[in-house]
Structures are given as C-alpha cells and as structure tokens.
Ligand binder design. Structure first.
Ligand SMILES: NC(=O)c1ccc[n+]([C@@H]2O[C@H](COP(=O)([O-])OP(=O)(O)OC[C@H]3O[C@@H](n4cnc5c(N)ncnc54)[C@H](OP(=O)(O)O)[C@@H]3O)[C@@H](O)[C@H]2O)c1
Length: 293
C-alpha cells in the first residue's frame, strides 16, 4: 500500500512538473503599467540587479540603484536614463549595517516621495563558496548582508508600500530550497531569507493587509561574473541574466508568489520533498571536493 502511494505521488509529481515546465503560459503584464513606478533595486551595480534596473528603466520607471561601488552605479544610472527612466539615482553604501540599509529607503522617500517596487537582491560575494569552518564572523556577515538588511529594508518601507499597494521581491536561490555543500553560510542566509519573507507575507494576509505583494525569487545558475567565476567548482549550466531579470520583473508586476528561473527550478521545488535523498545526491555531484578549492 505504501509502495502504491509512493508511485502515485511520483506520477502526480511528474505530471505537475511537465505542466509547469512545458505547458503553463505565464500571465503577462502591460508594460505601460510600469511607467512612472518608483523602483528600488539593491545590489544593482552589476549582475542580475543591474539588468533588473535596466528592464524597469526601459519601460519608464523611476529607478534608485544601490551597491558599494560608486563608479559602477554612476554608469548604471546613466544607462537607466538613456533607456528611458525619467528619474534615476544611486546610493553607494555597504549593506553591512541596518543604518546603511535605512539610508537607501530614506533616499528613495526623499527623491521619489514613496516606493512602489522594492527589489532586494544584494548578496555578500564572500559568502558564496568555501568549506564550512565555523567562522562566526563569516556567518554573521552573510546573515547581515544577505538576509537581515533585506528584512530591515522591507520593514522600514512597509508602511509606505502598503499605502501604495506596492510590491516586494526578495531574490533568493535554489540554495534556499535545498541544502548545498561548500555554501553553508550562503545557503543558511537564503533559507532564512525565505523564512522571513514567507512568514511576513502570512502575517500581512492574517492582518488582512493584502495590498502589498511579496514575491520570492528562486534562481538557478545565472551568467553573472560571480557565478561564472564559480564554474570551476560547480558543474551547472548558466542561464541568461537578461532573461532572468525579465522574469523577475514579470513576476513582480504579476505579484507572483514565487518566481522561478530557469523554469526547471519549479521542478526542483516539487521533487525536493518527495525524493530528498536523490535530489541532494544530484546536487552533491555538481560540486567539486573541498580539496580542490
Ligand atoms: N548568479 C547566480 O547564479 C545566482 C544564483 C542564485 C541566486 N542568485 C541571487 O541573485 C542575486 C544577485 O546575484 P548576482 O549573481 O547578480 O550577484 P553579483 O553579480 O555578485 O552582484 C551582487 C551585487 O550586490 C552588491 N553587493 C555585494 N556586496 C555588497 C555589500 N556588502 N553591500 C552592498 N552591496 C553589495 C554588488 O555590488 P558592489 O560589489 O559594488 O557592492 C553587486 O551589485 C543574489 O541575491 C544572489 O544570491 C544568483
């Protein structure tokens, strides 16, 4: 009987995976609705965040970008304006503290008078790879940069976002759905990110504050410099950051609960609880042994 139930579960999972992977037509937004929106994108001096800023800018949104490297942010702002953003600004800060995270929201309030879309995307590149060594400073830095500053910014901006029927997007990872070797700090910070934002979404609905949407972005490997540099340690196909950014913007505009990119991440999210040992084995096989680091 148990075997029969297992088989039925596997068949149902495969049917759902095929549907979501190949047949589901994703709802699309009207680009005209983006014009004039006030958008904040963190971690946007490069990589996925930079492309998200360009996508919003190209449809006429006002954009505030932030990261640490001022020279890169200046270039991003310039390009946002060229693409059609009526107003574009930057704040150069490190997300190593709540005070700095607040500065970004303060700047958006000062320049735009409010926020309609908050894309929380920044990540501490130092937390991405390395064998686990119980390095307290490293785990604390990963949690502060990758999780708590995201939570803090959403909290500080929440009242205004509720007023504006706004959108929050937290950019997470497949490493926030399944544990991965050599990325213990990073994976921990992404699981915590998912925990915070799914719980916050529940609480907002519980309080019947449903106007603000929270979308969680579950990403596989994307062809940013950061991921490309990891290719010698992790065997995995890389997917386009431009297409990834387009999907993040689509999901944000449609207020999707979860945004998956590439599409096969949705399949991972379904099978990870049905055949966890197998999924974890597949993931381990993508990684090189710590000795090669
Ligand atoms: N690429 C992938 O394969 C992949 C896979 C799954 C999930 N993701 C997620 O997607 C998001 C973007 O990743 P990405 O590949 O685009 O990364 P990236 O190219 O390394 O960009 C990271 C951004 O964060 C900024 N940043 C780094 N440390 C910071 C700090 N301490 N304070 C403030 N800003 C900081 C960087 O700019 P500065 O250095 O100038 O500060 C940069 O703008 C991340 O949340 C990541 O976890 C990526």
């Amino acid at each position: 009987m148990a075997g029969l139930k297992m088989k039925a579960a596997v068949v149902a999972a495969i049917a759902v995976m095929v549907y979501f992977g190949y047949f589901r037509r994703k709802p699309q937004y009207n680009p005209a609705e983006v014009a004039g929106l006030r958008v904040v994108v963190t971690g946007s001096s490069t990589g996925i965040g930079e492309q998200v800023a360009y996508k919003f800018a190209s449809m006429g949104a006002k954009v505030l970008v932030t990261a640490r490297t001022e020279s890169k942010l200046q270039n991003v702002v310039k390009k946002c304006k060229e693409l059609g953003s009526p107003e574009s600004y930057y704040v150069a800060v490190s997300m190593g503290s709540y005070k700095n995270a607040s500065k970004v929201i303060d700047m958006a309030m000062e320049k735009f008078g409010g926020i309609d879309v908050l894309i929380l995307n920044h990540v501490d590149s130092g937390s991405i790879l390395g064998g686990y060594q119980h390095n307290v400073a490293k785990i604390e830095r990963a949690l502060m940069t990758n999780t708590w500053t995201h939570a803090h910014m959403a909290t500080v901006a929440l009242e205004n976002l509720i007023k504006n029927k706004g959108r929050i997007v937290a950019v997470s990872s497949a490493a926030g759905m399944v544990g991965v070797p050599l990325q213990v700090e990073y994976s921990t910070s992404k699981f915590a990110l998912n925990g915070f934002f799914t719980s916050l979404r529940q609480e907002l609905r519980f309080n019947k504050t449903t106007e603000v949407s929270i979308s969680l972005c579950n990403l596989g490997f994307i062809d940013t410099d950061m991921a490309t540099n990891l290719q010698k340690y992790i065997h995995s196909d890389l997917y386009s950051k431009i297409e990834c950014a387009a999907e993040i913007v689509r999901g944000a505009m449609m207020r999707d609960r979860d945004i998956f990119f590439p599409d096969n991440i949705v399949q991972l999210s379904i099978i990870k609880d049905i055949i966890p040992d197998y999924v974890e084995k597949l993931i381990r096989e993508e990684y090189h042994a710590p000795g090669s680091l």
